[in-house]
Design a binder for this molecule. Structure first.
Ligand code: XIL
Length: 735
């Protein structure tokens, strides 16, 4: 099982074009089918997608009763033949859809010209002639048929009322017309698998009626082989328990279950309801997250039932083709035939995770507010969330800022919203927030930490090496707030200054490390979620370092940014924490933000001309460059890089933590060399593309620099990486 890096605070990812299809990913499970229209089988670009992804095809409309026989005895095979020939040419077998349906059927089937219902025998003769004509015509290419479609009544059905739809066919013949349709089809092609097909197929009451009907058919000896679950679902329902229960129920009576018309729309309508064009004209990220969750969980349930499920058909190729309209965003391919993130969540499943056992040893996260049970963390690193929001319709836990992904919570029996991450999370600290019906909120269960340009909720997955930043019974230094006047920005500014435990007990002077946060954080981050003071205390107590002062100020990295806005240039993001099982992508250890922004944000003047003189004047520092270090994480690393090279008279020790690298040439161009630069530390997490850190450190060492490269195992662009970096960097400073 691979651990899950929490989403770093960077934006949307570019999803590459697939090279193989869903059908390949599911070859050991079931066929993946699609309903096609004329364009899908004639446009070369669309054909490419169809042939790459699918190995079962349904005609969306072309084989229905009305299109094939609009008038009695007048057949129109053109569209059906085109699709059938496409399948013949490409060696794909078809699901036939559909022989008897109350919709899209010529009225001649069941009524006379005056609109009177036909006598039963005449209706049966019509039905038989139609069914047998079409079944015979496509016998060679159609391997199964939806014989009767949507004949069960929708909920609610009042006691004493028929369980079947009150269609003209039902009025003429009652339930028997269904039996007859199956018999005629079986007569025409005894080899075809014959299905009863319906929607709201996972709704408990209707699924019971569907079961009852098929049970009566079986008992009467009707040749019914399978149940088609149309699966026109939405992002709010059905629940996966309902789907699981329905499949379990159906599997007690048939050996074949197909999902015949799968789509998951973003509004609350379901099934064949014709209010389907309502809904979002712009689909919000949180709605996409709900859809991803629904698709991902649905396929997990389907994989579990692979013994009885043998085909899963999407109703249309892309949102552009969808009968629900593009606004409903229902499929895995968007309106430009590009795959959505949901596609990868369906496709890149990890079979081991399907059977993963989550240990029920959850404990409150150590960052929780007093007395709060949730969020919880278990010994494997899974996180479990619980939120009370009785009237909410959706609650999502998101890690990081913007984009999609996260853990979607579901209503628990006590009415609260609960959810567990799909997999273990990376060890260490993660920011998160809740999205409740589209509104972004913090979790009242836990403390807040400034990151992603706002005070976010925080959760801590205990790290195996947590001892180095643990609060222990050792002498502790102080972290004090200083307020200093800044001429360049015309305001009072804040810094937090760590002085070592012995500072107040002697008259010694100390070197100073200026330690910067990243793009989304502020001056609180390093000693709150970073535990910089505890790391220093522990290092000093164990004699691993000589004491020094650490100054933490706001690096002006997100002034002018609001949550949701991003710096102009940013690297490709790490995978979301909501996507456990997905292989972590390497993310280069480059800081975000354009160089221009770094140079122009005014921080160089604040730091070098205002804060450094203030600290030297107000603390017992060794006020010379050899006793000053600057280090920063992520964008703070980029600031460090820029400022150390621009102001060589100020700092002699440099540290970049997931914040890029130095090369000997640029150092030389800045008028420095391996004597003037006393030491360089570069580090990052192993999930951030660590090779450039290793090779940069090696190059610097070869050029005679006192350089150290460090890679934090199993971590991404997050605080455990930087805690470890500080722990590794501190012993080399000021030696
Ligand atoms: C839909 C088609 O997608 C539309 O193009 C057509 O206008 C109406 O029918 N249940 C079914 C499908 O069994 O045949 C329906 O297909 C969708 C609902």
């Amino acid at each position: 099982m691979c651990a899950v890096p929490a989403r770093a605070q960077w934006g949307p990812r570019v999803i590459p074009e697939p090279t193989d299809g869903l059908k390949d990913a599911y070859k050991d499970y079931f066929k993946i089918g699609v309903a096609v229209n004329n364009r899908n089988v004639t446009d070369p670009d669309q054909i490419k997608v169809v042939l790459r992804e699918f190995n079962s095809i349904t005609a969306e409309n072309a084989m229905k009763p009305q299109p094939t026989e609009p008038k009695k005895g007048e057949f129109n095979w053109e569209d059906a033949d085109r699709i059938a020939n496409f399948c013949r040419e490409n060696g794909i077998k078809m699901r036939g859809h559909t022989l008897m349906w109350h919709s899209q059927i010529g009225t001649w089937m069941y009524q006379d010209e005056k609109g009177n219902l036909l006598p039963k025998e005449e209706f049966y003769a019509n039905m038989k002639h139609h069914i047998q004509a079409i079944v015979n015509r496509y016998k060679d290419v159609v391997y199964c048929w939806d014989v009767v479609n949507e004949a069960v009544a929708d909920s609610p059905v009042w006691p004493g009322r028929p369980e079947l739809r009150d269609s003209p066919m039902y009025k003429i013949a009652g339930e028997e017309f269904i039996y007859k349709a199956f018999e005629y089809a079986h007569e025409a092609d005894p080899n075809a698998l014959l299905f009863y097909n319906d929607y709201n197929d996972a709704e408990p009451a209707k699924s019971q009626r569907i079961y009852n009907l098929v049970k009566r058919m079986k008992d009467a000896g009707v040749p019914v082989d399978g149940i088609g679950m149309q699966a026109h679902y939405n992002v709010y329902g059905p629940s996966m328990k309902e789907v699981d229960d329905a499949i379990t129920l159906y599997s007690t009576i048939v050996n074949h279950i197909h999902l015949t018309e799968l789509d998951i729309r973003v509004n609350e309508d379901m099934g064949g309801g014709l209010r389907f064009r309502q809904g979002a004209s712009q689909v919000a990220d949180w709605e996409k997250t709900l859809q991803e969750d629904q698709y991902k969980n649905l396929f997990k349930v389907l994989r579990k039932h692979k013994d009885v499920i043998d085909c899963v058909t999407f109703w249309n190729v892309s949102d552009k083709d969808s009968w629900l309209g593009v606004n409903n965003y229902p499929l895995l391919f968007d309106e430009n035939y590009k795959v959505k993130r949901a596609y990868n969540l369906v496709k890149q499943f990890n079979p081991e995770m399907d059977n993963a056992v989550v240990l029920e040893d959850f404990k409150p996260s150590e960052l929780n507010q007093p007395g709060q049970e949730y969020p919880m963390v278990n010994s494997q690193g899974y996180a479990r969330f619980k939120v009370n929001a009785p009237k909410a319709t959706s609650v999502i836990v998101s890690l990081g800022l913007g984009g999609t992904g996260g853990t979607v919570l579901h209503k628990a029996e006590d009415g609260s919203w609960m959810g567990t991450t799909d997999g273990p999370m990376d060890e260490g600290f993660h920011y998160y927030h809740l999205t409740v019906d589209g509104g972004v909120l913090n979790d009242p269960g836990t403390n807040n930490y400034y990151g992603s340009t706002r005070w976010e909720s925080g959760i801590e997955i205990p790290a195996h090496d947590a001892d180095f930043y643990a609060m222990k019974n050792v002498p502790h230094g102080k972290v004090q707030q200083v307020l200093f006047w800044s001429n360049s920005t015309n305001q009072v500014r804040t810094a937090w200054v760590y002085t070592p435990p012995e500072y107040d007990k002697n008259k010694k002077k100390y070197p100073v490390l200026y330690l910067q946060h990243g793009w989304g954080e502020n001056e609180y981050a390093w000693w709150n979620q970073g535990h910089a003071n505890l790391i220093m205390d522990n290092l000093i107590a164990s004699g691993k370092i000589e004491p020094f002062i650490v100054v933490m100020t706001y690096g002006m990295t997100n002034e002018g940014f609001r949550p949701g806005q991003m710096p102009a240039a940013r690297p490709a993001a790490a995978p979301g924490a909501g996507a456990p099982g997905a292989a972590p992508q390497a993310r280069p250890a480059r800081p975000a933000g354009g160089m221009g922004m770094m140079m122009n944000n005014g921080f160089e003047a604040v730091l070098c001309d205002e804060l450094v003189p203030y600290v030297d004047a107000n603390f017992r520092t060794i006020a010379k460059r050899e006793s000053r270090a600057m280090a920063g994480l992520s964008m703070g690393g980029m600031e460090t890089h820029t400022i150390t090279l621009a102001r060589p008279e100020v700092f002699a020790w440099f540290g970049l933590l997931s914040g890029g690298t130095y090369n000997p040439e640029e150092i030389q161009e800045a008028g420095l060399d391996n004597k003037k630069v006393k030491g360089i530390f570069v580090g990052c997490g192993s999930k951030e593309g660590p090779d450039q850190i290793r090779s940069a450190a090696q190059k610097l060492q070869e050029a005679g620099y006192n350089a150290k490269g460090y890679v934090s195992e199993g971590t991404a662009h997050e605080f455990l990486t930087w805690r470890r970096c500080l722990y590794e960097m501190a012993p080399m400073l000021f030696k």
